[in-house]
Design a protein. Structure first.
Length: 182
């Protein structure tokens, strides 16, 4: 079976607009940026978190601490993804205790990645709150997890895959719908 692109769902301008909207919503919900820290989940959550932090700084004129979270060792499918999984460093520049953590990722699907991220964060401190910002929510949750900030809801079938491309990782921005073909 091969994975083929079915159609483009969001172009680079659409991603930019979604991240701008999410940034405004973060400011509104938190009544500013006091005690807010933006943390991206590796891999594509990291550049999205950086873009959101930059947009927040542009809007509010205030720098927001940002970090990188590696959840490899917290995954519940660790033994099925590789014999020797590659573990990257978690880089969070401030203590997250009593902070409002905005956790950022590209796609919300089953909720298992977010559950792993929550476990990893709780090992680092006790935040005041953890909020979830997602570029694409595709549905099909297996755990009771929902995003606080969503760029776009894109319901899919289980045979479809959402592909997020970001300049920093893939050389271009865009979200595509892919489907397995025989």
């Amino acid at each position: 079976m091969e994975l083929k692109v079915k159609k483009e769902l969001i172009d680079s301008d659409g991603i930019r607009r979604a991240l701008t909207r999410i940034s405004h919503e973060i400011i509104e919900k938190n009544e500013g940026l006091e005690d807010v820290i933006i943390i991206g989940i590796r891999t594509r959550g990291v550049p999205l978190a950086k873009r959101i932090a930059s947009k927040l700084e542009e809007i509010e004129g205030k720098q927001v601490p940002r970090g990188i979270l590696d959840i490899t060792l917290y995954r519940d499918d660790l033994t099925t993804i590789a014999n020797q999984p590659i573990v990257h460093q978690t880089e969070i520049p401030v203590d997250i205790t009593d902070k409002k953590v905005i956790l950022v990722d590209d796609v919300l699907y089953t909720g298992r990645t977010v559950r792993s991220a929550l476990d990893a964060l709780m090992d680092l401190g006790r935040p005041k709150s953890i909020q979830l910002a997602i570029l694409v929510d595709r549905g099909h949750r297996e755990l009771p997890i929902r995003a606080d900030f969503v760029g776009k809801n894109l319901p899919t079938s289980k045979s479809e895959v959402i592909g997020v491309n970001l300049k920093e990782v893939d050389g271009e921005d865009g979200v595509v719908l892919k489907e397995y073909t025989k």
